[in-house]
Design a protein around this ligand. Structure first.
Ligand code: R5P
Length: 293
């Protein structure tokens, strides 16, 4: 019991000072509950409101991928350079250090492998396990225009409802099927649908023309997806253009872990995303790290 003797009367209420407006300035998040805003802040860095996410969830449908043969050796050394890790619970529990300071975006959909129709996914994670793993968000593919579009939308909305129950945000990922064009019209359609259905974050591919309209038309933060491995300067240029067009950062996998200097590359991407470095200046960071090896 608190000591009742010697208590000092409370008197510093500063009645003339308006209440401080506390909180993140995360797009679309001002009406979310505290826990959800707090978790979003683990994905989007407090200082810039942007993120460098490291994606290595490929194994959930591709099995072992080049650069991800040994998650403990290939990825755990990178974990402290990322604002958030995007991975499966299997990868997390078997190969990631729980000491990492990075946020966690947990893959929550799956089903078909690369041998089958990829849009035929289901949710693949109970939200309680996401909470148990201290997930900052859960991620689900949404195949707008794909063969199993409605099922993937149902996966999204189920996870969003689960997430609201426990305060975990959802990252909806626009999964572009092989017959769909990655242009601003399609990406604007897909990102907007995902946000309107309730996702608090959206991940989508970059397009050269009209990406700023895709971002502006989406009422929650848009995170640029990496895609296939590009020459390092091209990948840095794409990331730079995306954040300059308003993206809240990037989620890149192969362009980092398939680089000949993954640590140099993630540092270069951080410079683009958080310091607005030019692609050329960021490339110098990557290049210097190769010389140092
Ligand atoms: C896309 O969202 C998939 O889940 C991938 O497994 C991964 O996140 C893609 O990363 P990247 O295309 O940058 O290698």
């Amino acid at each position: 019991m608190a000591d009742l003797e010697g208590n000092r009367n409370a008197k510093s209420f500063a009645p003339e000072t308006p209440e401080l407006q506390l909180g993140h300035s995360i797009k679309g998040a001002h009406n979310l509950d505290w826990g959800m805003q707090h978790r979003l802040g683990r994905v989007l860095s407090g200082s810039t409101g942007r993120t460098v996410m490291l994606a290595f969830d490929h194994g959930y449908f591709q099995g072992p991928t080049s650069g991800l043969e040994r998650l403990d050796l290939n990825i755990s050394p990178l974990s402290d350079y990322a604002d958030a890790l995007m991975c499966t619970r299997g990868a997390l529990r078997t190969a990631m250090p729980p000491t990492t300071g990075a946020g966690l975006v947990l893959r929550a959909s799956g089903g078909p492998s690369v041998l089958k129709e990829l849009s035929d996914e289901q949710t693949a994670l109970a939200i309680e396990d996401a909470v148990r793993l201290d997930a900052s968000a859960v991620a689900v593919q949404v195949f707008i225009g794909g063969e199993h579009e409605t099922q993937s939308v149902k996966n999204l909305t189920t996870l969003i409802d689960d997430g609201y129950r426990v305060g975990v945000p959802v990252l909806g990922v626009t999964a572009v099927g092989k017959d769909l064009t990655r242009d601003a019209r399609y990406l604007g359609l897909a990102t907007r649908i995902i946000a309107e259905l309730g996702a608090q974050l959206v991940k989508t591919y970059y397009c050269e023309s009209g990406f700023e309209d895709v971002v502006a038309g989406c009422p929650v933060p848009v995170i640029m997806a990496g895609g296939k491995k590009l020459p390092e300067l091209d990948a840095l240029t794409m990331a730079s253009r995306a954040v300059r067009a308003g993206a809240a950062g990037v989620d890149m996998g192969r362009n980092i872990f398939q680089s000949d200097s993954p640590i140099g590359m993630i540092q270069a991407i951080r410079a683009v995303v958080h310091d607005d470095a030019s692609p050329e200046d960021a490339y110098a960071i990557y290049s210097d790290s190769r010389k140092a090896v």
